[in-house]
Design a protein around this ligand. Sequence first.
Ligand SMILES: [Zn+2]
Length: 304
Amino acid sequence: MDIWARSGPPQPIFPWKEREYPLITGSDIAGEVAELGSKVQSWAVGDRVVVYSGLSCGSCDYCLQGEQSMCPHYSILGEHTQGGFAEYVVVPAHNLQKIEDTLDFVPAAAIPAGFTTGWRLVVTAGQVRAGDDVLVLAAGGSVGVAAMQIARAAGGRVFAGASTEEKRRRAVEAGAAAAVDQATAFSQWVLDQTDGRGVDIVVDSLGMTWPESIRSLAHGGRLVCCGATLGNRPSFDIRELYQRHRSIVGAPMGNRSEFNRVVRLVEKGTLTPIIDSVFPLDGLADAHRRVDSRQFFGKVVVAV
Ligand SMILES: [Zn+2]
């Protein structure tokens, strides 16, 4: 998201508004309340918080249902507004979520986008149940890491797809039953792993892998999608979808309630952010290079 906020998506598919620069990016934010707006009552200076990055109108049908990320006026802190790569950031008070003293700011900052989206994909869109098999592609990304943990916490068995040997090793270390090179025709591997049945859910944020992801699904399985980082025009036979009762669900980001839930589960230790690396604020360009390199596993964090 930070790379896109800086440079725009490679192939814009929905109305894309050119940024006004300079822009301070950074959507995943944790820190201490330093100052309060004149009408803010329920917070105090010094409160330790993590920030829900979605900005929404608060009064449309979707917002009233608690589906902030479906709001027609939805925007994202640090993408459409000035964000968190700074010593101070202004955010709406109702986007704050208190965190316990035992949760450090570095892991707290690794929660919002990755774990909220991971929850949305696996639980809300994917309808995971105990005993489900779940294939997570891009397993080393922040959504992938979160999706694997959430699927396992829900009683699922996880298979991972990743682009390098090292990431596949890390994915298995992080709890995947087995890992596959996602650049290959992996559906046969998935069928072999599942006695020919296929998986109940595929988490696919790559896009161009859809044909193989769809073939990897069991009858009635769900492909859940929050991105298309390898390309957004895959070609597949729709008969492979409907004849086996398979479905595709888009879920770009979770709502506030899902965010609150993953924060609580991190505090309880059920979910654990994996930190790839921590850069100082004046090393921000290096942090971007690290993300651009796709060599990371987990979250790249910038500490002020
Ligand atoms: Zn709204």
